[in-house]
Ligand binder design. Sequence first.
Ligand code: SF4
Length: 627
Amino acid sequence: MKRIIESYKKKLESEEGVIVKRGASLRIALCYPNTHAVGMANLGLHTMYELFNKIPEVSCERVFLPDDLELKEYEKSRTPLLSLETQTPVKNFDVVAFSISFETDYLNMARMLQMSQIPVWSKDRNHFHPLVVMGGAASFLNPEPIADFTDIIAVGEGEILAFQLVDAITENETKDEILLSLARIGRGFYVPSLYDVIYNDDGTVFDYLPKETGVPKRVGRALASANPKEGTLRRAIKRGETEVVDFLMNQDTFAPSTAVWSPKAEMGDRLLIEISRGCSQGCRFCWAGYNYYPPRVVPAKDILAKASEWRGKTNKIGLVSTAVCDHPEISTILSELRKMDYRISVSSLRLDQISEELLDALVESNDQQIAVAPETGSDRLRRVINKNLTNDEIVDICGAVFDRGMLTVKLYLMVGLPTETYEDLEEMIVLVERIKNRMLEAGKRFGRAGKIIPSLNGLVPKPNTPFQWDAVCDEKELKNRLKWTAKNLSRIPNVEVRMMSARIAHEQALFSSGDRTVAKVIEAAARMKGNLNDALRETGIDARFHTSRNRSYEEFLPWSIVDSGLSFEFLKTEREKSQAALSSKPCPAVEKCTTCGVCPTTWLANAPVGLVQLQSLRTPRSLAVIA
Ligand code: SF4
């Protein structure tokens, strides 16, 4: 145990911004189901740490999956899992809250519960045990595979739910009262134990039946809607509606950003700041796009204020966003950050929105590598997935990157897309070859050659996307396609191929599209140190039932317990358009749109007043119509 404490203290000594509150009445263990080095690069974790600790009666400490050396010590000394800040056993906290961004971390989550000596199954816990809460993108996309571990699942965004959770805990006496009061809000909190799951004879879900009155049949998604909708702000700027622009840009908006400076962690040497959430593009495979509709922005003033506060500590800043250049104030943000002499990096770059200005800023930052996502090499398949770019445009955009001396490009590519053929995969080889030739041409001017790094991933159809009804490509077939593509790509000089295994794609599909029974596999695999095959054998669960069959439109999908706001008709139409290789327009992110169903439901109707930013916009009469 001594060695574990020493290791934790060493980590703490290397950090700044750690919060330790003695004597708080509510103690929350904020768990990240991966190691400290990985977890500290996750903005969701920083955000929840900051938000929980802002509440006077709360003390929030971090807990990570121990690294290899610590793990050995834990096993040797049989020490229950400890928090980082005060090395308190996790089981002694009032609340154990997991922040889970990726379903691949579910095994780590179950393992951390096992290490904490907290019963893994919620039914085995009593009022002496901590409340176990799950939050984060993965858990609200499809909460069912982890439902049986969990007392409460946060359905939506933490900025709004953290405070409601703490209010319910402090205002109610017993665990049952807390659970019932949260479930009855109807939006933002899913309490799995308050539902009976009814199955059909063929094993598919028939329905979820609430066990108590006032508990909704479907749980709405809660959105942090203090931020302006991206399109509304853009239009107002374009139309010169100064009053509206001022109103939108001058509200106090929370900018999620690094809370603890942790230089030894991945990306720990830079200030990470979320500049916008969601993406307007509507790529049909992208859960992040649909899950965070409508796209919203953090106004430039809030981003720049944080950047200026942190400049004394670092000259590196990472802009976190799925669509950096969609931000209506991106020019101001980039030019002001450059004036502050920041080296700018971006979390991901959408090919269609790379601007000269952004490229210049990235070149200035001495980044030698850039990552972009053509997804496929076929213009037809790109229409299938609604990524509206052609191969010619992609080669031109990569050319603009190479002409600035950045000669290494990572290309994210997918295999196993709906309707894909080997001719499509051949086109992928041709596209990579064209990009490589363009790189060599530019390289001559700089006297060096770069590298093209295609990263091949199998498509995993995700809940709440138009591909939610589709099976993942058969494992053997996917393996063949990945191998064939990788082999042909690796024959091209200056190309270094990376590839995800077909097995991993199938594991991901099981954890993202499974129903409540999949929890048994997660528990067993965590116990068996990650051996999924043995876990499937022990539990008798047929993974293919969850991953490898096309679902009918009539089937009640396990994740339907969450009302994402996306309408059935919208997703169905998008799927049918995809099969006909027809593209759709992006989400305009403006007030009056009703296209996908999110804004008229999750965003506006019946939402608690604090959630609805656009209602407050209507207060001044002159601003009655803004879109
Ligand atoms: S309703 Fe319209 S603006 Fe709102 S998220 Fe859907 S497409 Fe975007």
